[in-house]
Structures are given as C-alpha cells and as structure tokens.
Design a protein around this ligand. Structure first.
Ligand SMILES: NC(=O)c1ccc[n+]([C@@H]2O[C@H](COP(=O)([O-])OP(=O)(O)OC[C@H]3O[C@@H](n4cnc5c(N)ncnc54)[C@H](O)[C@@H]3O)[C@@H](O)[C@H]2O)c1
Length: 265
C-alpha cells in the first residue's frame, strides 16, 4: 500500500515509537489520527509538526476504554474517511515483582492494568479499525488495510519483574497469525514489530546502570534503536504486501539475558 493520501491511526502517538511513526506518516503525506492518554505530549507533537488541521487529528484517550475509542473512531471516520493503516504503539512497562521483599504478593490490579493497556488496548483498536475498513472498496492488489502492532523482545525473553509486560507482549505476538488468517478474506494484513531497546520515554525511566547492562548485550549496532528506525520498518510493512501474519524482531540481534546485577537487586 502506498502511504501517500491514506488515513492512518497511531496510538501512543505522543512519545517515542508512536511519535516517530506519526512523523514518518505526516512526512509521507498521510492524514493521521494521533491518540495518546497524555494531552501535553500530544500538544507538543502537533505544535512541532506544524501540520495543517486537515492532516492531523490529535485526541486524548485511553486505548483500553471501549466507548471512548468508539466515539473518537466515529468522529475521525467522519472527518478523514476510511482508515487504511493502524499502528498500535501505546504501551506501558508496569515493572513489578510477583512478591515484595516481605513476601506479600503483587496486587492483581497492577498486573491487570498492563494486560488491559498493552493487549486489550491493542485489540480494541484492531476490532474498530477492521469494522471501519472491511466493507470499503479495495485498493491496489485487493488490499483494504494494514495493522502494525508493537510486541517486544520481551514477548520471548523478558526479565525478572516483567511477568505482566511479557504476558501482554506475548499475547500481542500470539495474535498475529490468527488475525492475518481471519482478516485475509477482507484484504487486511496484520503484522507486529518486536523492538529491542529503543531510545524513548519507556527506556528513559530505566535506571542508568540497568540501561547500560541492557545495551552492553546488543551485538550490532551496540546502542539503543531510534524511533525513526522503527518508523522505517512500519513504512516497509505498509508498502510490502507479502508481509503478513509475522512478528519482526528489530533489535540489533540482542537476546535478552538476565543481568545478574538485576536478579540480586
Ligand atoms: N522503548 C523500548 O525499548 C521498547 C521496546 C520494546 C517494545 N516497546 C513498546 O513500544 C511501544 C511504544 O513505547 P515507547 O518505547 O515509544 O514508550 P513511550 O513511553 O515513549 O511511549 C508510549 C506512549 O503510549 C502512551 N500510552 C500509555 N498508555 C496508554 C493508554 N492506556 N492509552 C493511550 N496511550 C497510552 C503514553 O502516554 C506514551 O505517550 C510500547 O508498546 C512499548 O511496550 C518499547
């Protein structure tokens, strides 16, 4: 699918990988619905883009909230027409050990919230996107839409205190093949990207010594990834029709290893 002129939806648009994706899409002359729960981050983004109101619609919302997202979808479709591209980037790390030092268990609500945002929030957007696009006219090659989700290398090899995050991202990775199979009849493709460590708001909250340990393990390039490198893969996925039902690791060949310094802290 050519990006130019399409209407794209990006969640987690206010920061990091989502923000990089919005910048790429606007640069390619797409119209974008930018969703984030952080109003200030969205304001910063739209001010810095200097895009016309005809090309960007920024809305504050929680991706896990069904009725909130339904309302915004209806408004966006009215203004921008049929969406053709969905990029789910909204996510939270929600680090927390199963047991505290005194043996008390982690509150269930903390685990549930991570699943709600990263997994259910992703599904929430997919279901509304597919409802909006499945019966619309097909584009070149019979294609109607493309979904790009954000998994993580933590889908496969997460660290201590990441049980909720790993379960949520494993869930995202696991849904890609059944999504691609089910959506094939509508000409909608479903792909996911599993990033390693990327320089974003999420990595910024990781303590310096942990960040150093994580990056030491990246074979090449020995650094954190940049949001524009993530956005470049989103662009490739949208443009290459043979990419479907797969999770692509974007990680400099890292295989996450539990740093002993982290286990003991
Ligand atoms: N940065 C990394 O190293 C890395 C690695 C692997 C996967 N990821 C994944 O990439 C995605 C993007 O994260 P990032 O690294 O850009 O982090 P980030 O913190 O810079 O951006 C995440 C954005 O999502 C928004 N968000 C969080 N919860 C939301 C909700 N319920 N509703 C709407 N918006 C919400 C935040 O406000 C923020 O703007 C996430 O899904 C994350 O799990 C990141």
């Amino acid at each position: 699918m050519q990006i130019q002129g399409q209407f794209a939806i990006v969640t987690g648009a206010g920061s990091g990988l989502g923000e990089g994706t919005v910048r790429m899409l606007v640069g390619e002359n797409a119209r974008v619905l930018a969703l984030d729960q952080d109003a200030k981050a969205l304001e910063r983004l739209t001010a810095s883009l200097k895009a016309s109101p005809d090309s960007i619609l920024a809305r504050v919302a929680d991706v896990a909230d069904a009725s909130q997202i339904e309302l915004i979808f209806a408004e966006a479709v009215r203004l921008f027409g049929t969406p053709r591209i969905l990029v789910n980037c909204a996510g939270m790390l929600g680090v927390g050990r199963l047991l505290k030092g005194d043996g008390t268990p982690r509150p269930l609500a903390a685990f549930r919230r991570v699943i709600e945002v990263n997994l259910i929030g992703t599904f929430n957007l997919i279901r509304l996107f597919c409802a909006a696009v499945h019966d619309q006219s097909a584009l070149e090659g019979g294609e109607r839409g493309v979904v790009v989700n954000t998994a993580s290398v933590a889908s496969y090899e997460a660290l201590s205190a990441q049980t909720a995050y790993a379960a949520s991202k494993g869930g995202v990775a696991g849904m890609m093949l059944p999504l691609a199979r089910e959506l094939a009849r509508y000409g909608i493709r479903a792909m996911a990207i599993a990033p390693g460590s990327f320089d974003t708001g999420m990595l910024a909250v990781v303590p310096d010594h942990t960040r150093k340990l994580l990056l030491e393990d990246v074979p090449f390039p020995p650094r954190a990834g940049r949001p524009d490198e993530f956005a470049a893969l989103v662009k490739t996925i949208v443009e290459n029709q043979m990419l479907n039902g797969e999770v692509i690791r974007l990680d400099g060949a890292v295989r996450m290893r539990e740093p002993q310094a982290m286990v003991s802290t």
